[in-house]
Design a protein around this ligand. Structure first.
Ligand SMILES: Nc1ncnc2c1ncn2[C@@H]1O[C@H](COP(=O)(O)OP(=O)(O)OP(=O)(O)O)[C@@H](O)[C@H]1O
Ligand SMILES: [Mg+2]
Length: 318
């Protein structure tokens, strides 16, 4: 089960990701916690040393991770042809959340109890002025398309804004939680997201969490713009959270105010009620791959990469 927290800058993505991870931790199932933000904060909030430099998007890591994932997949002729939307086939190597000796989990994440922290990472010095965060996110797209998460959870704290829609990320999750503050700007961002999600065919996966709620009026404000069946719940403005922020301490779900617990019960219920739809996920991935490789810049450089889609590959077999 893969969930991602998306939304406007400062709306609460990292806070909600960290609390959800702490909530799910009690299941004892492996949890891949992904910090997919340029400013890495998730680790600190879930009790990891925030100064770690380990990440998946420096050039050496990208090369090694791609080489591993490619495995014997002969539809990828060279690493430069391993693009962000390149799908796996039965000869690829996969990242398996249930395998303690997994190569990626052993080398590119930091482990604590049942939590694996994966940092996407930020720009390298040489990339300043010559790159954008999409390039860092591309290796995450590769990992997610080659990830087996049947017996665990993936919780991703995404970069602010709509970057998730620039690549295949929006199609790689089972639920997208959008945190929305009870403000005009918050509602504008909701409208923008729902439009993009509709265009991408994932609006059925997008749900809203009202954050920094002060009172019934704030809830009514959100409900006047967002259908109630889209709202999973509310996180009230919390003294515990602002204290934890000022003290830079990790978040503990057991310390959150009682009125804020309903949200996590709802998130838990929702996660348990959804069966990941692998077939539909791969169908979307193939569609995005075809779209991506149809660009002139890709065709001119590599020829026809639609060949990378192996129609004999059955995702449920992995
Ligand atoms: N319900 C809440 N009550 C009190 N403070 C909150 C609440 N939700 C979030 N905050 C605070 O708001 C600030 C922004 O939250 P957070 O870092 O989770 O947002 P974000 O969406 O991840 O931001 P960014 O886009 O910068 O990554 C933090 O200081 C956090 O402690
Ligand atoms: Mg954040």
């Amino acid at each position: 089960m893969r969930i991602a927290f998306v939304g406007k800058g400062g709306s609460g993505k990292t806070t909600l990701s960290a609390l959800t991870i702490d909530y799910l931790k009690k299941t004892k199932l492996p949890i891949l916690a992904i910090d997919a933000d340029i400013n890495m904060h998730l680790g600190g909030l879930i009790g990891f040393d925030n100064n770690t430099k380990l990440n998946i998007s420096d050039s050496d890591s990208i090369k090694k991770i791609k080489t591993y994932l490619k495995g014997d997949n002969n539809r990828i002729k060279s690493l430069v042809e391993f693009r962000k939307t390149t799908p796996p086939n039965s000869l690829s190597n996969f990242v398996n959340l249930s395998n303690k000796d997994d190569y990626i989990l052993s080398n590119y994440v930091i482990k604590k109890d049942n939590i694996y922290l994966m940092n996407v990472g930020t720009y390298e010095k040489g990339e300043i002025g010559a790159s954008c965060y999409h390039n860092n996110l591309a290796i995450l797209e590769n990992i997610l398309s080659h990830l087996i998460d049947r017996d665990g959870y993936v919780v991703s704290d995404m970069v602010a804004g709509i970057d998730a829609f620039a690549g295949s990320l929006h199609a790689q999750f089972d639920i997208l939680f959008l945190s929305v503050e009870p403000t005009r700007r918050g509602v504008d961002v909701y409208n923008q997201y729902i439009e993009l999600a509709k265009a991408a065919g994932v609006d059925n996966l997008l749900f809203v969490i009202g954050n920094k709620i002060k009172n019934e009026k704030d809830k009514d404000f959100l409900k006047s713009f967002i259908p109630e069946n889209k709202i999973v719940g509310y996180l009230y403005l919390s003294e515990y959270l602002s204290d934890a922020d000022q003290e830079c301490s990790p978040l503990d779900i057991d310390k959150i105010e009682e009125n804020n617990m309903d949200l996590f019960f709802n998130i838990g219920k929702m996660i348990n009620s959804i069966t990941p739809d692998l077939k539909s996920r791969f169908k979307k991935l193939y569609k995005l791959h075809k779209k991506y490789v149809s660009q002139d810049s890709i065709k001119d450089r590599f020829g026809d990469l639609t060949y990378q889609i192996d129609s004999t590959f059955d995702p449920s077999s992995i």
